[in-house]
Design a protein around this ligand. Structure first.
Ligand code: CMP
Length: 139
């Protein structure tokens, strides 16, 4: 059953380009409510653990280096059908394939530097939210 929650990160490229505000605005305008939010930076070890599911992929090293290269904004978001609707809002992993009106179309620069993360399932949304947030940090 859908949990109505998803997890997101505003990635280092978008933070560096001062796009936190515009991205959060698109998220709010799409009807997502913020349940938890923090501005933080992952160590290489933490980024490696977060993306462990991709450890066999050729881009894993690049992904870990990149995701630990600067601060990110992590958030748990709530909305009916959150996982699927959020993936629609962010658009394709490769920004050149992302539809008009999506966050990645507007703010991503490449497959690696793609502005935002969005959970791909309810199960991963819960795992990823738990990676960053305690129960005392959710409202
Ligand atoms: P994300 O939604 O955070 O989940 C996995 C990430 O791996 C993905 O976004 C991309 O940033 C990254 N990724 C996927 N495919 C590639 C690729 N071919 N080259 C570099 N990074 C990739």
């Amino acid at each position: 059953m859908a949990t109505n929650r998803t997890f997101t990160m505003v990635k280092p490229d978008a933070v560096e380009k001062n796009n936190i505000g515009p991205i959060l605005s698109m998220i709010n305008q799409a009807g997502f409510k913020v349940i938890g939010m923090k501005y933080t930076r992952l160590t290489k070890e933490q980024a490696g653990a977060f993306y462990a599911v991709h450890s066999e992929r050729p881009f894993y090293g690049e992904l870990v280096d990149y995701m630990s290269s600067g601060p990110i904004v992590a958030a748990i978001l709530e909305k009916e059908n959150a996982v699927a609707d959020f993936r629609k809002l962010i658009g394709a992993t490769d920004p050149s394939q992302a539809e008009e009106g999506t966050i990645r179309k507007a703010y991503a620069e490449s497959k690696a530097k793609n502005a935002v993360h969005g959970s791909d399932s309810d199960e991963n949304a819960a795992i990823e939210g738990n990676f960053f947030f305690s129960m005392l940090e959710r409202f």
